[in-house]
Design a protein around this ligand. Structure first.
Ligand code: PMP
Length: 350
């Protein structure tokens, strides 16, 4: 039988997310927050009236956009929300990267960027970071079809300054620059302050890390109203109803509990710095981290072996068998207790 239809199938190499093991392990492999969301979120879900589920959710996601607009000092017209920042970034790629010129992103960065570019047939060029894994801004001062980079970058954990981001945005008035700030709350300074001055800048953030809500899937982009309208036109051409009723409801409550948000972030940052010192005593070297993870390499023991040995002990970290970073581990910051168990395990392994 002819299977000629096969030639019309879109062939993609998908992004591979970190493992989500079914049994209980010490899970330090996907940069989730080890602490639960705010009690306001829990309470709002307890009080959630499921009767509203018979109706479609608000396609404009207005209640959540209003809370975010107020929190960050923007208008709702500046805010786009989606099902996690992966959804937001995917819509942004489709909306803004339609040039024949290649888009630019670092060679070491969030590996989803090249997957979306391939999926949407966007030409791209990976720009090598330097030997210390730092993005070189001058490399982005050239003709291009758009720019995307994570700041802090992942998995390197390194954060660049707002001035650095501004230089790239300023030098590229003819292209949209997307700054993926998934980890910005753990020590970086956001580029949100530039949004009112540069109409080609889109800042993307998420509830998955600092707000402990990876399971709810909420992300957002902030940019000038024209960029946001263009994203909405694309979104409404794919799926009008993206965020479900409970996400809209609980997401807003999470933002309102700023005190809890700040205390959780502080706990993670304190743990991170304590763990860094312990790792260094064991012969590891870590990049400077502004995130909820450490990017670590050991002086003598190969990262792949440490990864396997930890897994044997039911401690999951992330290992990327990729050029330039195949001797590094990305270790999510868990609770103090979890990190103590990691350090104890590493003492026997290295
Ligand atoms: N950007 C970066 C740099 C990330 O590491 C992640 C998490 N995998 C995301 C975006 C997407 O996160 P989410 O879809 O959970 O918001």
């Amino acid at each position: 039988m002819s299977q000629a239809w096969k030639k019309n199938i879109r062939k993609v190499v998908p992004y591979v997310p970190g493992e989500q093991p079914k049994r209980k392990v010490i899970k330090l492999n996907t940069n989730e927050n080890p602490y639960p969301p705010s009690e306001k979120v829990t309470l709002s879900l307890e009080q959630f009236n499921s009767d509203c589920l018979k109706l479609y959710p608000d396609p404009d996601c207005l209640s959540l956009r209003q809370v975010l607009a107020e929190y960050y000092g923007f208008s709702t017209e500046n805010i786009f929300v989606g099902v996690g920042s992966d959804d937001v970034l995917s819509v942004a790629f489709m909306t803004f990267f339609n040039s024949d010129k290649p888009i630019l992103f670092p060679d070491i960065t969030y590996s989803f960027y090249s997957v979306w570019a391939d999926l949407y047939r966007i030409p791209y060029r990976k720009i090598p970071v330097d030997n210390d894994f730092r993005i070189k801004k001058e490399d982005y001062y050239c003709d291009n079809g758009g720019i995307v980079f994570a700041n802090p970058n992942a998995p390197t954990a390194i954060c660049e300054s707002v001035d650095f981001v501004e230089d790239i945005v300023k030098k590229n008035p003819g292209a949209v620059v997307i700054v993926d700030e998934a980890y910005i709350d753990f020590g970086g300074t956001s580029a949100l302050g530039l949004v009112n001055r540069y109409d080609n800048l889109l800042v993307v953030q998420t509830f998955s890390k600092s707000r402990s809500m990876a399971g709810m899937r909420i992300g957002y982009a902030i940019g000038n109203a024209e960029l946001i309208k263009a994203m909405n036109d694309v979104k409404f051409s794919i799926n009008s109803y993206t965020l479900n009723q409970s996400s809209l409801y609980a997401g807003g409550e999470a933002v309102k509990d700023d005190e809890y948000f700040r205390s959780t972030v502080k706990k993670i940052v304190d743990t991170r710095e304590r763990v860094r010192k312990s790792l260094e005593k064991l012969g590891f070297c870590c990049t400077e981290s502004c995130t909820n993870f450490l990017f670590a390499t050991h002086a003598t023991k190969p990262a792949g072996e440490i990864f396997e040995a930890l897994k044997e002990k039911d401690i999951f970290v992330r290992y990327f068998n990729l050029p330039r970073i195949d001797n590094y581990l990305r270790i999510t910051i868990g609770t103090d207790g979890e990190m103590d168990m990691l350090i104890e395990a590493l003492k026997t392994i290295v």
